[in-house]
Design a protein around this ligand. Sequence first.
Ligand SMILES: [Zn+2]
Length: 404
Amino acid sequence: MAQSGVTTVSNRLERRARISDLLRSADVEDLLSLGRADVLSLHLDTDPTKPENQRPEPAYRIWARKSVLELATGLGSSERKRLDELAERVDARLREDRPGGRGLVLYAADGLWREYVLPVGVENRVRYGFADLWPLLWVREAYTPYGVLLVHRDHARLWVTHLGEAELVEDEEFHLDPSQWRFASGKPPSFAKGMGMPASRGAQRDTFASRVEDHVRRFWSRVASAAGKAVEELGVGRLIVGGPPEAASAVCDLLPESARRKLVGTVSVPPQEEWPAVRERVLEVAREDQRRRHHEVRDRLRNGEGPGGAVLGPEATLDALLRRQVLVLAADRDVDGRAWLCTGCEFATLRPDERCLTCGAGLVEASWTQVLPALAWRNDAQVVLLEPGLLREHGGVGALLRYR
Ligand SMILES: [Zn+2]
């Protein structure tokens, strides 16, 4: 997708499903309604490199059919009938063609059919009732884009990378266009060669060297401002700068303020070293950044550092959500638990009471992972999914509050 003149040049991994497109376009807000509790949410591991998925009847198709039918047992007859119909639609869809990518997410209900193809693996998972957006939220958190600016004395590149838990999922490459001093699509500029350091000697050496240094400084200054513009336009929130230490630190200093705030680290790269050689080190800096952010969120929760303090634990968090106090909702990715919700007035409780205390309607049972995103959305709260187990001793969930 073109954005303000900055377009994708290359995609290292040829995959039909692009994580950047997913993150830009996955419009799931309408699925966060608590008004409908008849949504089948299906996450399938469709990884085509797995032998079990290469058979004429791929494993994910068998799993989907079996698990949806299992869900139906124990439900009332009208819901069972509805699930049978949905199971048939899903099966028909999975027979049409093999989904591209490594994971497939389906949301299906009467009048609703949504598909997201993921370039990253997901675990097989099925839910019925309120839509289950948890795995998509995790993908959004775990594969958040980083800008990587690699700068040398005479050339610069910018990559936008999606760094997953243990791998680089994809990256897009942008070249510096020296005629406009911006990172954009197109061929690598040929001018770069002419800007290298020519050999020099003799009496003029010092003057010449200082002229070259001026030239290089100017180049870095323009790279810094072009990079600032590019990350803004690309919606990239985190930036890593790499290069020989002199170049990297000069460019960091020269970055516009808005881009400097996005800086999460630098990577020392010898002259001439290119992207494939530094990818691993960049990945390590990004992982470290993610760890640090997750631990920061936990510390802020523990220290009560929201504008209105903080709460920890399922009971207090649910209470704050119902009072619309929540600014940031944080939860372990592997949080587990049940809640009971009223589809009429959106009352929720952790106790399986039979009827809503507020309006008297019947309550619908759901898992935390179905309930939390929907309630957070009502609070206009940011949702942060944390690495598994980080909040376990607090019941896996907490919130920073807007006000007391
Ligand atoms: Zn109610």
